[in-house]
Structures are given as structure tokens and as C-alpha cells.
Design a protein around this ligand. Structure first.
Ligand code: ADP
Length: 509
């Protein structure tokens, strides 16, 4: 506990008489290392108001104020200083996780500030409260109840822009939130080469989020009956009607069934409009399983997600069947641009792509890892646009292909990405900064005429940017430029504490 809280006022004045200056107390809370103003003289010259500026009331007084049933909790808390709320929390009167609810929507930053103090003082290091982790001037109303709990601030990540990149005839700046030096510069170089060839063209070959519940049956016989029913036209129609009753955006595309002993797995695949769709599909799946349960009363739904989805874990089923947006992006780069911009040759690039991205990955037993660093570009764009970063696992699955074209003069290259899981509504896309980035791309929120088009465009942009990243890194490797690029862009030791600087020779592969 701060020594501040050990002080108590012996003056009992009616509470309404206290014109508490919370601001002053907040300054004191934010900078506990600062020395206090001189205490009032002991001859009683100070007024009760002055005393309250500098001293805390006793725990008993604070509890009396806080528990006064004539007021709402937020009203009572407005009468207490931050330090006094910390005192209440330390004595079990206020639950730190409930501060936003108790303070009310107008005092969200205060809730965060007080929680920092509570957590800081109970931690071993006691540094959080006065740390460089920012918390001020953030729109917490978008966070509470939606994006994060027990909030103590936010983590800023540098945002760079690569490109612009011409994708299907439109020029897009490529937003990348990253702390990896050379990544944005390298991707920009790839964009330059792609633009010089006329840009990237993309096709969307699939759009379906998936959920795969695990369902137990008493025996393999009943499980097989249930599987046959789901696989039948009648069963599918009944499941689809129940599923689609939950959202106007969720349209069931397929049900894939499998058995493991007496456990059955059903992989639901659905469109989800502009949402990434996990919430939406979970609701639909639950409803469809209710309909199934009416037919098979002995079935037990073990989990709505039985890992047959598969969400946020490596899985061959995603690579083979696709999940989210399945996009292929392609471009032709003139041979002279390969030489002047990428500093290599068509032959060297194609050879390296086969040896590294195809044979090398095959030798390593990779599933969906037939690329140089798709995850680098995808994850940076995910962070910038409010996507779920944990879904980079499957979203980064990518096969990069390169071959000579036009009599061997030019380079034909493509990336095939079957699982880009993105949305432009819901999740982290509601946060102000992330919305600003989506706005810059022209894909903020729900598409006004064609639900799903904004999310699809974002997926096309991501695949195209990945192609840029692939080209640039492979070219750097082919030309042996990697170390040079690292020296130029990623060597600053001035502003980075040595203990936390990873040794990163350019984009990690
Ligand atoms: P997720 O399913 O990705 O977790 P949310 O459930 O948080 O996303 O957000 C989807 C919500 O947004 C749903 O309630 C849906 O009704 C609403 N919504 C509004 N417009 C659209 C749209 N064009 N596409 C998808 N959802 C939309």
C-alpha cells in the first residue's frame, strides 16, 4: 500500500460539503513518486476540503460512502478519490475486474487507471502504474464487453504502409503493424515490381467459415445412423433450415461428417457476410444441433468446437478444404523489372522457389507452409486491421509458385491461400484505430450493397501483399541481399535496449 493511504481524516463532515478535486488526486495516483504538498498545520487552520486534497479518509469512512444505499455505486465512487477506491479494492470491497461496471460508462478511463494502481501495487515489481504502457485517450467504450477484460491500457505497435499495390485494377496502400525492421520496406519493393508488371489479379475460389462440433453417441451403430441422416438430402435440409434461422448472413454451404469410434464430427461451412464469422457460425451450429438432437435424443454434444473446424491450430483439413476466404493471386513481372527492381533473374528466382518453398518444405513435412514468409505480411495486416491474430496459424497457409513465361523472359508468380480468415465487422475491427485503417482501404464495416464484399476485398488485398512479400524476400535471398538490407534498416541500437533486441537478419523465414 502507498503510504498515502495510511493517513486518515478525523474530520467528519457531511459528504456533500466535500468539493473533491479528483483531478489533483489522479495526478497524485499517476505519479506516486512525486512528493506530497506540505500537510496542513496541526493547529486546525486547514479546511476539510484542503485536507481531502492531500489525505485519504479512513477505510471506515470510505466504506460508509461506498455502501450508502441512498446512492448508486457510480455516484458513490464519484465521491471517492482514486486512492480511496484503491483502498476499498485492497480491502475486498471493490472487485478490480468490475470497475467499469461500477464506475459507469462515463468513467472508463478512470476504471483503467485505478485498476493499474491496484494491480501494480500487488505485483512484485510495482512498475505497471508508472510504466510507459499507455492508457490515456483511448476509446474504451469499444473495448468493454467486446474486446478485452481487466484492461490496464493498450499496446501500441508501429504502423507502416507498404505499396501502394495495384490489386484487380485498384491501388491500395498496404497497412502493416509490425516491429520487424525491413518488413515494410521489403514488401514495398515487391509492390513496386508487381505494379511495374500491371499489378496483381486475384480470384476468390471459396468463402466459408467452419465449425466442427464433437458429438458422442451410445454406440457406433447409432453414430452411423446419425451420420447417414446428416449426409442425406432430408437431414441436410433440416439442419440447413435450423442453421440459417439464426442470421441473415449465415448461409450453410456444406456439412462434412466423420466418425471416430462412437464420436461423430460435423464440419459446418457457411458464408458469414463481412464478419470473420466465428460467433455467427457458432450460433447457427448450436441451433442445427438442437434440430439433430430432436431426431437423435441419445446424442451428447461434447463441444461446439471439436477441433474438426480447425480454428487456430495447424490442420491438414484447412489446407485441403479451405477455411474463411480462399484466394489465389497472380502476376506477371517483366524480366527487366526482375533485374532492375528485384536485382535478380527469372531463372534464379524460379530455381530458388522450387528448392526452398516446394522441395525444402516437403522435406520438412510441411502442411501449407510452401512459402517464404506469408505469415509476416499477413500477420502485420491482421494487426493493423483488427483481425484475430491467433488465426494467422491457418490464414498464413500459402503455396508460392513461380515459373518463367513469355519464352522465359518474364516471371509468372502466384500465391494460393485457402484459409484467409478476415472480417470488416465484429471483433477487433470495432476499435477506432483499426477502423481508421479499414477506412483507408475502403473496406470499413459492412458492405452497403453486397454483404461480404468488404471482407473479400480485404482477403484479396492480403493475398496480393503476400505475393509482394514473397517476391521481395525470395529475390533478396537469391541475390544475397538479405544481410545488406538488414544492415541498412534494422541496425539501430540507439533507441533499443540491448537486452530485448532479437538478432533478426531481416524478415524471419
Ligand atoms: P464474428 O461472427 O466474426 O465473431 P460478430 O458476431 O462480432 O462477428 O459480428 C457480426 C455481427 O455483425 C452480427 O451480429 C451481424 O448480424 C452483424 N452484421 C451487420 N452487417 C453485417 C455484414 N455485412 N456481414 C456480417 N455481419 C454483419
Amino acid at each position: 500500500m502507498s503510504t498515502l493511504t495510511a493517513q486518515s481524516s478525523t474530520t467528519t463532515t457531511s459528504f456533500s460539503a466535500h468539493a473533491l478535486d479528483l483531478k489533483l488526486k489522479q495526478v497524485r495516483l499517476a505519479h506516486p513518486e512525486q512528493s506530497l504538498p506540505s500537510p496542513p498545520s496541526s493547529n486546525g487552520a486547514s479546511s476539510p476540503v484542503e485536507r481531502d486534497y492531500f489525505y485519504l479518509r479512513s477505510l471506515k469512512e470510505c466504506v460508509e460512502i461506498y455502501e450508502d444505499e441512498n446512492r448508486g455505486k457510480s455516484e458513490s465512487l464519484a465521491m471517492l478519490s482514486d486512492e480511496e477506491v484503491v483502498l476499498l479494492a485492497d480491502n475486498g470491497k471493490v472487485a478490480p475486474h468490475a470497475l467499469e461496471k461500477l464506475f459507469g460508462m462515463n468513467e472508463l478511463e478512470r476504471a483503467v487507471r485505478v485498476r493499474r494502481a491496484i494491480i501494480s501495487r500487488s505485483s512484485a515489481t510495482k512498475t505497471l502504474e508508472s510504466s510507459s504502457i499507455p492508457y490515456e485517450n483511448y476509446d474504451y467504450s469499444r473495448v468493454i464487453g467486446a474486446c478485452c477484460e481487466n484492461v490496464v491500457g493498450y499496446i501500441p505497435i508501429p504502423l507502416g504502409v507498404a505499396g501502394p499495390l495495384n490489386v484487380d485494377g485498384t491501388s491500395f496502400p498496404i497497412p502493416m503493424a509490425t516491429a520487424e525492421g525491413t518488413l515494410v520496406a521489403s514488401t514495398s519493393r515487391g509492390c513496386k515490381a508487381l505494379n511495374a508488371g500491371g499489378g496483381v489479379s486475384t480470384v476468390l475460389v471459396g468463402d466459408a467459415m467452419t465449425r466442427g462440433p464433437a458429438i458422442d453417441f451410445p454406440s457406433i451403430k447409432v453414430a452411423a445412423q446419425a451420420k447417414a441422416w446428416v449426409d442425406s438430402a432430408e437431414g441436410y435440409a433440416e439442419m440447413k433450415a435450423a442453421f440459417e434461422s439464426t442470421s441473415r448472413f449465415a448461409k450453410l454451404k456444406s456439412l462434412k461428417t466423420a466418425m471416430a469410434g462412437r464420436t461423430m464430427y460435423i464440419r459446418f461451412a457457411t458464408t458469414t457476410g463481412d464478419a470473420m464469422g466465428m460467433n455467427m457460425i457458432s450460433k447457427g451450429t448450436e441451433k442445427a444441433l438442437d434440430a439433430m438432437q430432436a431426431r437423435f435424443p441419445s446424442m451428447v454434444v461434447l463441444a461446439l468446437s471439436g477441433n474438426y473446424c480447425t480454428d487456430k491450430k495447424p490442420a491438414a483439413i484447412n489446407w485441403i478444404e479451405g477455411r474463411g476466404k480462399s484466394v489465389v493471386a497472380e502476376a506477371v513481372i517483366p524480366g527487366h523489372v526482375v533485374k532492375t527492381v528485384l536485382k535478380t533473374t527469372v531463372g534464379d528466382l524460379c530455381n530458388l522457389n522450387v528448392k526452398k518453398n516446394l522441395i525444402g518444405s516437403a522435406m520438412a513435412g510441411s502442411i501449407g507452409g510452401f512459402n517464404a514468409h506469408a505469415s509476416n505480411i499477413l500477420t502485420a495486416i491482421f494487426l493493423a486491421t483488427g483481425q484475430d491474430p491467433a488465426q494467422n496459424v491457418e490464414s498464413s497457409m500459402c503455396m508460392t509458385l513461380m515459373e518463367p513465361t513469355n519464352n522465359g523472359e518474364d516471371l509468372l508468380c502466384s500465391v494460393t491461400m485457402p484459409c484467409i480468415e478476415v472480417g470488416t465487422v465484429g471483433g477487433g475491427t470495432v476499435l477506432a484505430a483499426q477502423q481508421g485503417v479499414l477506412e483507408m482501404l475502403g473496406v470499413k464495416g459492412a458492405h452497403p450493397q453486397h454483404p461480404g464484399k468488404n471482407a473479400q476485398t480485404l482477403a484479396r488485398v492480403i493475398a496480393s501483399a503476400v505475393l509482394a512479400g514473397e517476391l521481395s524476400l525470395l529475390s533478396a535471398l537469391a541475390a544475397g541481399h538479405l544481410i545488406k538490407a538488414h544492415m541498412a534498416h534494422n541496425r539501430s541500437q540507439v533507441t533499443t535496449p540491448a537486452a530485448s533486441v532479437p538478432v533478426t537478419p531481416g524478415p524471419r523465414v
